[in-house]
Design a protein around this ligand. Structure first.
Ligand code: PGA
Length: 308
């Protein structure tokens, strides 16, 4: 059956307006052209599409069937138009992300598969601590933010993302490494390396220990990686996200101590200002994070737990 889109378009205009003349005017065609298109369509269908009773034009059963198909096709065409417009938007554009230092252990690896789908998108990733990230949020500097412990008194859209367990990390040869259910008081005797003020990790550690024990803080370091090195160097133990061990696991020079009440179970959230209109790029990345991204990041944590 050789039916063309043009014939269907002419047919739909006649069916809607009930007149060959009005359809011709609407489509800027001559009457003979309109009649010719319908003649060819009728021939292709093999049945009459209209019947004329008096001055009025009625659709035959075949005509009704063709009209249903016409509407389906035009619906699909407008969907295609929308999708193509979105794809053009995704061909280029910027994605600005700000994540806390704990989230940097999985966010960059999630960017890989996303960028493979949308290679034209330029990604800017800012890694900083909770306090500085909230400052950026207040200044509306980024599209999306990933952090633990969302702020209060700020109007935000909030999507819970993943669990972020905080664990006690020590050198593998630490005297407590083989002990089970170590008490908080015992842990508090160890030299402790604390994150800097403004860190969400520090905030969580301080509130966990508030009424339980006083940590023996001997050092303050503003970087998870530097803390890991300091632990290997024998300077003390620390409490960090389990994700900081994402690459080396616990088979390297670091181990996780079995301390009562641990892990401290925190959560990561993806958030953005409530009034912000997300770009098509940011919206697509958010959807990707909540679906595929969640799966990939959860696998990182699963591998770590299997490793322990
Ligand atoms: P931070 O991260 O310690 O780098 O601030 C913790 C968080 O995600 O809140």
């Amino acid at each position: 059956m050789r039916v063309t889109l043009h014939q269907l378009q002419v047919f739909e205009a006649i069916a809607r307006s009930g007149s060959f003349t009005r359809a011709a005017e609407e489509l800027f065609l001559t009457q003979p052209t309109v009649s010719q298109q319908i003649k060819q369509l009728t021939k292709a269908v093999g049945l009459p599409l209209f019947e004329q009773i008096g001055k009025r034009l009625y659709l035959t059963d075949a005509g009704k069937e063709v009209l249903t198909v016409c509407r389906d096709i035009s619906e699909r065409l407008s969907q295609m138009e929308m999708t193509l417009a979105d794809l053009k938007g995704l061909k280029q554009g910027n994605l600005r992300l700000a994540v806390t230092t704990t989230a940097k252990y999985f966010v960059p690896r999630l960017l890989g598969p996303f960028r493979q789908c949308y290679p034209g998108i330029k990604i800017f990733l800012k890694v900083t601590n909770r306090k500085r990230l909230l400052d950026r949020l207040a200044e509306n500097l980024d599209d999306l933010y990933i952090l633990g412990q969302p702020p209060e008194n700020v109007e935000i859209s909030l999507c819970p993302f993943l669990e972020n367990p905080l664990v006690v990390i020590a050198p593998e040869n630490h005297p407590l490494a083989k002990e089970k259910n170590i008490s908080l008081q015992r842990l508090a005797k160890e030299p402790f390396i604390m994150r800097e003020p403004g860190s969400g990790t520090r905030m969580a550690v301080e509130s966990f220990f508030a009424n339980k024990a006083t940590l023996n803080v001997e050092m303050e370091i503003g970087s998870n990686e530097a803390i890991k090195q300091a632990i290997v160097g024998g300077l003390g133990v620390s409490i960090l996200s389990r994700y900081v061990l994402a690459l080396e696991g616990t088979r390297g020079p670091l181990t996780i101590l079995d301390v009562e009440g641990f892990p401290i179970q925190l959560h990561w959230y993806i958030l953005y200002p409530a009034t912000k209109q997300l770009s098509i790029v940011a919206r697509t990345f958010l959807d990707y994070l909540l679906d595929e991204g969640k799966r990939i990041a959860a696998q990182v944590d699963l591998d770590l737990r299997n490793d322990e």
